[in-house]
Design a protein around this ligand. Structure first.
Ligand code: ADP
Length: 163
């Protein structure tokens, strides 16, 4: 069986990410979450906080056997160093497509042995993103249908510390 890396900002992890993870786990015998240290958008949580929250969340939702690592620099190098066969990404609305298309083609150019595999979002999570969750929580809204308790608590602590 093959192995895959699921890269992203995970700032923070949501039920949308978790849905992709559960489905990818059925196809790949080894799965790693790779959290990018310095995403394009300034993250709310530091990389070590994101790694910690993600690990705690996996325990909360009872997903075992998924490694959580962080990386800086080129994703394809991280994929090679970890000896995986594939990169997992999720697709939501049309707006994801251009960026994902460009990234998948660039990564294939850099290493044609590593395939990018896309999972279509679940209907109920198609509008869910880490940014939306942060915005809703920031303004005091209810986020329990978007993220597990671990994440909800981490968001509450973070916004409290920023006040
Ligand atoms: P990035 O900054 O690399 O996009 P994210 O953490 O926002 O990092 O997303 C990581 C991956 O998870 C991306 O492929 C994204 O499309 C996917 N993803 C995020 N939320 C959802 C969702 N609700 N449904 C499906 N895929 C999702």
């Amino acid at each position: 069986m093959s192995s895959a890396i699921y890269p992203g900002s995970f700032d923070p992890i949501t039920y949308g990410h978790i849905d992709i993870l559960r489905r990818a786990k059925k196809l790949f015998s080894r799965l790693l979450i790779a959290i990018v240290a310095n995403p394009n958008k300034a993250p709310l949580f530091s990389v070590s906080e994101r790694v910690g929250i993600t690990k705690e969340t996996l325990a909360e939702v009872k997903i075992c056997g998924v490694e959580v690592i962080s990386y800086d620099g080129l994703l394809i190098e991280c994929a090679k160093v970890n000896g995986v066969d594939a990169i997992v990404r999720g697709l939501r609305a049309n707006s994801d497509f251009d960026y994902e298309f460009q990234m998948a083609l660039t990564n294939r150019d850099l290493d044609s042995e590593i395939e990018t595999v896309f999972f279509m979002t679940a209907g109920k999570y198609s509008f869910l993103s880490s940014s939306i969750v942060k915005e809703v929580k920031h303004y005091g809204g209810e986020v329990s249908s978007f993220v597990p308790k671990t994440v909800e608590d981490a968001l509450a602590r973070k916004f409290e510390s920023l006040e």
